[in-house]
Each structure stands twice: as C-alpha cells, then as structure tokens.
Design a binder for this molecule. Structure first.
Ligand code: E4P
Length: 216
C-alpha cells in the first residue's frame, strides 16, 4: 500500500519525507489556500522533495479551462497528477488527458457509480472521500470495499486512493480491503507510529539498562 500525505505544508512534507515512507502528495484548493501561497510555486517546491505522484487540482469547472490548467500543471514536472472533480465535464477532461498521457486523479468521489465512470474515462487514480461520508453517517469504508471489488472484477487499471482519512483505523481498514493508496493528514501518519506500549517498553528497557550500565 502506498502512503501519500494530504498537505501542501512544505515543512511537514520535508519532515515526513525524511522518514522514507511517503510515496506521494495530494493537495487541493483548500490546502493551498491554508498555506497562503501560489499553487505553481508550491507544487514546484514539492516536486523538489517528492519523486512520486503529486496531485494538483484544476480550479475551472468548464472543459476548456480544465484542459488549459491541466496541461499547464503537467508541464511543471513529470510526476504531476492533474486532479479533476467528478463531474460530467471532469470525465470529458479525464478522457482527453488520458489520450495525451497526462496522469489524472478524479476527486470528490462519493459513490460506486462515480468510481466506475472515472475508471471508464481512464483516470489514473480515483479518490473516494471516506471521512466526509462518515461525517454524514454513511459508510465510507463500504464504498472502498465496493470500488476495490468492482475494479478487480473488470481489471480496471485505475488505482483506488482512499481520501478524506481521519484516523489510523481508516488506513488499516483500507489496507485490509486492498486499496492501493491512502492519503492522510500528517497527524494521522504521526498517530500510526505511536503506541503507548512501545513508549512504556522503551522506558523499561532503558531503566533496566541504567542499573547495569557500569558493568558493561
Ligand atoms: C484528497 O485528495 C483530499 O485532499 C482530502 O483527502 C480531503 O480531505 P478532507 O475531507 O479532510 O478535507
């Protein structure tokens, strides 16, 4: 399973990239706005740190605008994935991008039908937002299970990128289902590392060692 970080914060990207387990980055207009930076500048900065897929989202909602923005992003670096919202126009854009060998990430996917359409349009990645479904008392993980099963039934090449992850259990459950990628906020990656028994175990070993260290 690949781990992506869902952030546009450069310090976080540098910090967690140094752990050696960050395979890619997802951004969205809200994450870029939070950083108060230019999209182009920040995406280019990220490409200097991360070699894997980096998602940069189109802002336009019309086809010409999406194509213009996506083609521009794709020229910034060869690991840019053009993030396109799940609309009928978005599907048209994804089909055209796929013919131009521009990689895509269809975002804001909330249903199985949308995921099938994204795969049929030739999306490289599909991003079901599980946290936002859970927020409205729907079952985000059930959506992942259905998409993974259907993509395997038909050998769709589109990869399932589990998005809107809120806590480590989301990552673990998605892994059990065989989802290809989880994108997570830095806080969730941090939570995955820690366990109170690990901390207690380290403390006990060091305390015991202290008692015999002079005999070494
Ligand atoms: C994914 O690509 C999105 O940027 C992200 O996961 C959205 O998550 P949110 O629901 O926490 O905003």
């Amino acid at each position: 399973m690949q781990f992506f970080l869902d952030t546009a914060n450069l310090e976080d990207i540098k910090k967690y990239a140094s752990w050696g387990i960050v395979d890619g980055i997802t951004t969205n207009p809200s994450l870029i706005a939070k950083e108060g930076v230019s999209l182009e500048k920040r995406i280019k900065e990220i490409t200097k740190i991360i070699r894997g897929p980096i998602s940069s989202e189109v802002i336009s909602t019309d086809l010409d605008g999406m194509l213009k923005e996506g083609r521009t992003y794709a020229k910034w670096a060869n690991n840019i994935y053009v993030k396109v919202p799940m609309t009928a126009t978005g599907l048209q854009a994804v089909k055209i991008f796929s013919k131009e060998s521009i990689k895509t990430n269809v975002t804001l996917v909330f249903s199985v039908g949308q995921a099938i359409l994204a795969a049929k349009a030739g999306a490289t990645l599909v991003s079901p937002f599980i946290g936002r479904l859970d927020d409205i008392s729907e079952d985000g993980m059930a959506l992942i299970a259905d998409i993974v099963k259907i993509y395997r039934n038909y050998d769709f090449k589109t990869k399932v990128l589990v998005a809107s992850v809120r806590h480590p259990r989301h990552v673990i459950e998605a892994a059990k289902l065989g989802a290809d990628i989880s994108t997570m906020p830095p806080a969730v990656l941090e939570q995955l590392v820690h366990h109170p028994l690990t901390d207690a175990g380290i403390k006990k070993f060091l305390d015991d060692w202290e008692k015999v260290k002079d005999k070494q």
